[in-house]
Design a binder for this molecule. Structure first.
Ligand SMILES: Cc1cc2nc3c(=O)[nH]c(=O)nc-3n(C[C@H](O)[C@H](O)[C@H](O)COP(=O)(O)OP(=O)(O)OC[C@H]3O[C@@H](n4cnc5c(N)ncnc54)[C@H](O)[C@@H]3O)c2cc1C
Ligand code: SF4
Length: 509
């Protein structure tokens, strides 16, 4: 009987993957490959590469133990063709295979590469998401604004999560209002469960060190969960010890605490080790058991069935050119301190250093520190996109691009966000203790010690006044500016120009 190839990519490590469900164990051959093309199209963080390769190797072993034939190519295999399509062609010739079954990849680049390949391709939907492309398209059809909140309510109704018949439990859809507490003095959660590397992980770490040791990012210590069993233990540990506080401090940041009450499970969900719906059901159960309050459970579930699904919907709805959008025409080069953390701005230095060490920063660090700075400073959004895609272990284009191009940089012109996420230093000061440890003074609005966020905030608003002054959510900001006396306005803009000039000269600030 003629065999078919079944492609399993590094972020498709789920036993219920649609391609596996379509395959025949007795005759079909699973193809998995660590390839240079995927590992280097942006300079990925070594921890990200190690995580994916280690999880792939373990998943391949689990499939073999389950009776599948798996052709696995390691990165240093001398016959490695270097690309996914190259590997498929090589394996097809080897087995005289009739075609390829693949679950749709999460990136246009790879979808197009598979479609152009001279092999018969059966590409099927990725069913690990709650909304299909068609459902999202139907929801988006004819709407003037694609607001996440409305989509999220449909996902609540569809999944039945936190629902009481057709009404949300406790009478409200969204408890975000309760989830904006500033940083607590003391965090009684000691971060995610950590795992000692086993033999498979150690072997991958050596390979990654040798091949990608010069990339931005610290490889060791490496403690990520790399299989479903470990990821589930980490999740259970987090639900027990941190979920109850998750909501309250979701937006807080601390100088000396990298994880606060966050779950650190995005790598695992995105790679397929955890099923998003199962994760949400566990969190809902914790709420039903009285272990977690509604603002924690609802806040968390909204991130997954709301934001995560919505971001994917936008990526596929908007098409392959999304990552090159630049609505605000920003063109400044990404400052070198995004790579070496060499800046006096403590919030940025801490976020970049943490990113380098952990391949992780939580949402508000990504949005309101590095993202906010890049937007205020007018950095080319494509460069910002490539940075985020490279440095975070959970970054795959379908989720990273709408978060960066859309939510963070407003480069899609307002599809994801109705207004840009910009703030002066005051927001960072309110939500963190970074400013207490900073050489700049957050209270200074002008002068050599003024927080650069304070200066660039106004400069951004004035540069884009024509676009934003009629935005009802931004009118207050412009009214505040208009009330300032002229000499103060001049001082702010002139100090901002000095900061931008220094960036243009490649100087650190
Ligand atoms: C500029 C920027 C870039 C981002 N890039 C990525 C990315 O490449 N990959 C990624 O998975 N997330 C990305 N996010 C979303 C979010 O920051 C991460 O999902 C989150 O920080 C992961 O950490 P956690 O697991 O501890 O999340 P928690 O705070 O514990 O949240 C729980 C889960 O909710 C989901 N989630 C929360 N917010 C979002 C969101 N905005 N979009 C999608 N899922 C969300 C994640 O699966 C996450 O694991 C980005 C956000 C911003 C502002
Ligand atoms: S003073 Fe400004 S630059 Fe320094 S930590 Fe605060 S917000 Fe960041």
């Amino acid at each position: 009987m003629v065999s078919r190839l079944v492609l399993v990519l590094g972020d498709q490590l789920s036993p219920n993957l649609s391609a596996l469900q379509k395959a025949e164990k007795d005759t079909d051959i699973i193809v998995m490959a660590e390839v240079a093309d995927e590992a280097s199209y942006v300079p990925h963080h070594p921890k990200k590469i190690a995580f994916i390769f280690a999880a792939m190797r373990k998943f391949a072993d689990a499939l073999r133990n389950n009776g599948w034939q798996v052709d696995y190519t390691k990165l240093d295999d001398p016959d490695n063709a270097g690309s996914i399509t190259g590997e498929l062609l090589r394996r097809a010739e080897q087995h005289d295979a009739s075609g390829v079954i693949a679950t749709e990849p999460g990136e246009w680049r790879l979808i197009e590469a598979l479609q152009e390949m001279p092999l018969k391709l059966h590409m099927i939907s990725d069913t690990r998401f709650i909304a299909s492309h068609k459902e999202f398209e139907d929801w988006a059809e004819g709407r003037k604004e694609l607001r996440m909140e409305w989509f999220y309510r449909d996902m609540r109704r569809k999944t039945g999560l936190l629902m009481d018949g057709d009404k949300p439990v406790e009478g409200k859809w969204n408890f975000d209002h309760d989830n904006r507490k500033p940083a607590p003095d003391d965090v009684d959660f000691h971060g995610p469960m950590q795992f000692t590397p086993d033999e498979t992980v150690e072997e991958v770490l050596d390979l990654v060190e040798q091949r990608f040791g010069d990339n931005f990012g610290t490889l060791r210590p490496f403690w990520f969960a790399t299989d479903t069993g470990q990821a589930r233990r980490q999740l259970t540990h987090w639900i027990k010890h941190a979920l109850p506080q998750f909501g309250d401090f979701q937006d807080a940041m601390l100088n000396d605490n990298r994880f606060l009450y966050h779950s650190i499970i995005s790598f695992h969900i995105n790679a397929g080790l955890l099923d998003p719906l199962e994760v949400c059901e566990q969190v809902e159960q914790a709420y039903k058991d009285g272990h977690a309050p509604i603002n924690a459970a609802e806040g968390f579930i909204r991130q997954i069935i709301g934001w995560r699904e919505y971001m994917r919907g936008i990526y596929f709805l908007e098409g392959p050119d999304y990552t090159s959008r630049n609505a605000l025409k920003h063109s400044r080069t990404l400052p070198s301190f995004f790579w070496d953390a060499d800046t006096k701005m403590n919030c940025v230095a801490k976020t970049v250093a943490q990113t380098r060490d952990e391949a992780y920063a939580h949402h508000i660090q990504r949005l309101m520190v590095t993202g906010n700075f890049a937007l205020l400073a007018g950095i080319d959004p494509h460069e910002v996109h490539e940075w985020y895609l490279a440095v975070y272990a959970d970054a795959y284009e379908w989720v990273e691009a709408p978060n960066v191009i859309g939510m963070s940089q407003f480069a899609d012109g307002g599809i994801v966000g109705s207004k840009p996420y910009v703030s002066s230093g005051a927001y960072i000061d309110r939500m963190s203790d970074y400013c207490k440890h900073c050489e700049y003074k957050v209270k200074d609005k002008t002068g050599p010690e003024a927080c650069p966020f304070n200066l660039l905030y106004w400069d951004f608003l004035i540069r884009h006044r024509e676009r934003f002054s009629n935005n009802p959510r931004m009118g207050n900001m412009y009214r505040t500016w208009d009330r300032m006396d002229e000499s103060r306005k001049e001082a702010v803009l002139s100090d901002a120009r000095v900061v931008l000039k220094r960036l243009d000269l490649g100087e650190s600030i």
